[in-house]
Design a protein around this ligand. Structure first.
Ligand SMILES: Cc1cc2nc3c(=O)[nH]c(=O)nc-3n(C[C@H](O)[C@H](O)[C@H](O)COP(=O)(O)OP(=O)(O)OC[C@H]3O[C@@H](n4cnc5c(N)ncnc54)[C@H](O)[C@@H]3O)c2cc1C
Length: 306
């Protein structure tokens, strides 16, 4: 097993990690970016709508913005490795361990691992992925043409998907486990008014049913079992922070987000965090990019003094 030391290891090559890499180069910090995916971008790779709310760029979609970001990063640093998932951190020896067993030493670690979509953890959810359970209503709306569509969730993303799918589907059923919604009022009002969308509250998904293709969803509605026909489904039940590599080492909030100071430092002196994994309040590209820069500026101070 090889062992290499770096002044700074950056975990994740989403907007926060890319910004941090740029700033590490700017400040002459010896660094390495480790990304578990096969390409940079993080959530940008799953964003199919235009992104025109990050100052200075009007991108057609997330991929487009990712290309703009990574072109700039690539010109400045070649220290980005893909298919490298950080599994855990040994704080006594200042080493991270990757899923492939490799160990790497660091003086400072920046966790920029973002968030992932929450799963329902029910039967059929994985097996029927791509066989009716789709990734994005925005990107795959036409697949709902003349079908019954099901959307699970009660936030903005769920309501937005229900509205998009309603333009193509015969009928949309929105299933939510509570009787109130976190989605913004305009979305809720539009969905509740929509003749093609039925909203079921206090309803829990029990399973996605079908062999090679989704056929129906079993739910528990106010305690009673019911089956809803549906050949297309989108699950939007929120996100969870990818804070596992440092769980137990730094303070997390009750949802698992990393707690940081205003200079992006965690409760461990040598561990910093930036982007969505530490920012439930403003999970945006602009915040992630800004936090990447803040963290690296603070890390420079740390490296000088330790
Ligand atoms: C559909 C959608 C639409 C959006 N629209 C907008 C918008 O219009 N405007 C806006 O500002 N924001 C938008 N966002 C949010 C924006 O994409 C995020 O705020 C931003 O991507 C956060 O960047 P990040 O670097 O913190 O995290 P992420 O983008 O989540 O990147 C984290 C990276 O870390 C990697 N990683 C995870 N765990 C590990 C590990 N253990 N080891 C190594 N690597 C790891 C991941 O593979 C990923 O590449 C949208 C998000 C979605 C999903």
């Amino acid at each position: 097993m090889s062992e290499v030391n770096h002044d700074l290891i950056i975990a994740g090559a989403g907007p926060a990690g890319m910004s941090a890499a740029l700033w590490a180069n700017e400040l002459n910090i010896n660094h390495l970016v480790l990304e578990s995916g096969t390409e940079p971008g993080g959530q940008l790779l799953k964003t199919f709508n235009p992104i025109d709310n990050h100052l200075g760029v009007a991108a057609l979609n997330g991929n487009d913005l990712r290309d703009v970001f990574f072109r700039q990063v690539e010109k400045r640093t070649k220290s980005v490795l893909f298919s490298r998932t950080i599994r855990n951190v040994d704080i006594d020896s200042n080493r991270i361990q990757l899923e492939n067993g490799e160990k790497l030493g660091f003086r400072a670690l920046l966790v920029a691992t973002g968030v992932r979509r929450r799963r329902l953890e029910v039967t059929g959810e994985i097996d029927l992925r791509g066989k009716g359970i789709i990734l994005s209503g925005k990107k795959q709306a036409v697949e709902a043409s003349d079908k019954d569509a099901i959307v699970v969730g009660g936030g903005d993303a769920a309501f937005e998907n229900a509205l998009i799918l309603s333009e193509f589907a015969k009928k949309v059923t929105l299933i939510h486990r509570r009787d109130e919604f976190s989605a913004r009022r305009e979305f809720v009002e539009e969905v509740l008014r929509h003749p093609g969308i039925e909203v079921l509250t206090n309803a829990q998904v029990v399973s996605f049913n079908g062999d090679s293709q989704l056929k129906a969803v079993s739910i528990s509605l106010n305690g009673e079992n019911r089956e809803i026909e549906g050949q297309i489904a989108v699950i939007r039940i929120g996100v969870a922070p990818n804070s596992e590599p440092v769980t137990g080492l730094v303070d997390l909030d009750h949802r698992g987000y990393i707690r940081i100071s205003s200079n992006c430092r965690t409760t461990r002196k040598c561990i910093y965090a930036a982007g969505d994994v530490a920012n439930p309040v403003s999970p945006t590209v602009s915040s992630a990019v800004g936090m990447g820069a803040t963290a690296v500026k603070s890390i420079l101070e740390y490296l000088r003094n330790n």
